[in-house]
Ligand binder design. Structure first.
Ligand code: GDP
Length: 341
């Protein structure tokens, strides 16, 4: 069953059934992580929708303007807001609805269906059939890059995979130390070089070891300094070349780590990085700490890059593979449960 059908059913009085189904689908633990991690975003979104309907009189231009404001305020982004409002306008006219509860249903249905139309790619990691799967992690300092490397390492290890990590950010002693701490805590080996040594040489050693010792995954933390785009392009291209020397299939994934609390700035960063190198997936951290979780919709709409993981807390188990259904349901759930408002 698609996301759209499930949420539509939730809206027509089966919300408890749908909730139970989602708990079963990905286990209750996953449901709870989304439930708690998205609390601020859900509250922000439902309050904006509730406000919209408190002053609702009829479908007129004021209504559409307020609707647009609600979406922008929920960090859904400009382009997505315009497309969404147009789709809602068409659906309202087509179905000829005007009772608040019907209008609300149409709003949610269109949100889910526009999301489905923009579904981009799989959340699964692309595997290397002939050797270690290499994942580069890029992103500016402070977004949660090193933490995400550790957490994804943990996830993969839990799946029974053999994982090795390397601290490609040799410019900050703190970054090397931090990855070492994760490695010790999770019992995952970490390849490091001296502070300020050439990152490419550290990565070379790591690929060599990953190959020789038959690791399934090599996770590469890279430097977050981005003086110029040319600089970044050069650095990453060099790293990829070095990796290809030892691992003929090269790099399988380049994950850009973004901090969700920065809202639309995360989108700007994604565009800049994507111009410097091909980003194959996004890791969106700190969703638990922000009401700006609507940015996932905006990223989906504006960029053709799948969100692969989202960070729903600080624990190793809090980084979850992105599940659009859990996300959408947890975004709109309070609005569904508050049908009478
Ligand atoms: P880096 O500079 O990009 O490598 O960032 P770090 O990995 O050092 O993370 C910066 C801070 O963000 C740390 O205090 C992390 O604990 C925190 N952090 C990372 N991911 C998450 C998340 O999903 N949720 C929360 N609440 N904090 C996070």
């Amino acid at each position: 069953m698609g996301i759209f059908d499930r949420i539509k059913r939730a809206f027509t009085g089966e919300d408890q059934v749908v909730k139970e189904e989602l708990k079963e689908k990905d286990t209750e633990i996953v449901f709870d992580k989304y439930d708690k991690g998205m609390e601020k975003t859900r509250k922000n979104f439902s309050e904006r929708i509730a406000d919209l309907f408190t002053s609702f009189r009829e479908i007129d231009e004021d209504f559409y303007e307020d609707l647009e404001e609600a979406f922008i305020g929920a960090d859904v982004g400009f382009n997505m807001t315009i497309a969404l409002t147009d789709a809602i306008r068409d659906a309202i006219e087509e179905e000829n609805v005007n009772r608040p509860e019907d209008v609300k249903r149409v709003v949610l249905e269109q949100m889910v269906s526009i999301y489905e139309k923009n579904e981009t790619g799989s959340v699964a990691i692309k595997e290397n059939p002939d050797g270690p799967t290499v994942i580069l992690f890029v992103g500016v300092n402070g977004v949660g890059k090193t933490t995400s490397v550790g957490k994804i390492g943990y996830n993969l290890k839990q799946e029974g995979k053999k994982v090795i990590m390397t601290a490609g950010d040799t410019f900050r002693a703190g970054a090397i130390e931090q990855l070492n701490v994760w490695g010790e805590r999770l019992d995952i080996p970490v390849v490091t070089g001296k502070a300020n040594s050439d990152p490419a040489s550290v990565v070379f050693d790591a690929v060599k070891q990953a190959n020789e010792e038959n690791y399934d995954y090599l996770l590469v933390d890279t430097a977050g300094r981005l003086q110029t785009k040319a600089n970044l392009m050069e650095e990453l291209a060099k790293m990829k070349r070095i990796i290809e020397r030892e691992n003929p299939n090269g790099v399988q994934e380049v994950f850009l780590v973004l901090d969700a609390t920065t809202g639309q700035n995360a989108l700007i960063q994604a565009k800049q990085f994507n111009e410097a190198t091909e980003i194959t997936g996004l890791v969106l951290t700190k969703l638990d700490g922000t009401a700006k979780g609507g940015v996932v919709l905006s990223i989906r709409y504006d960029l053709d890059i799948p969100v692969k993981y989202i960070g729903l807390g600080e624990q190793a188990t809090d980084l979850q593979q992105f599940d659009p259904e859990q996300y959408m349901y947890n975004l709109v759930r309070d609005v569904i449960e508050d049908k009478q408002a």
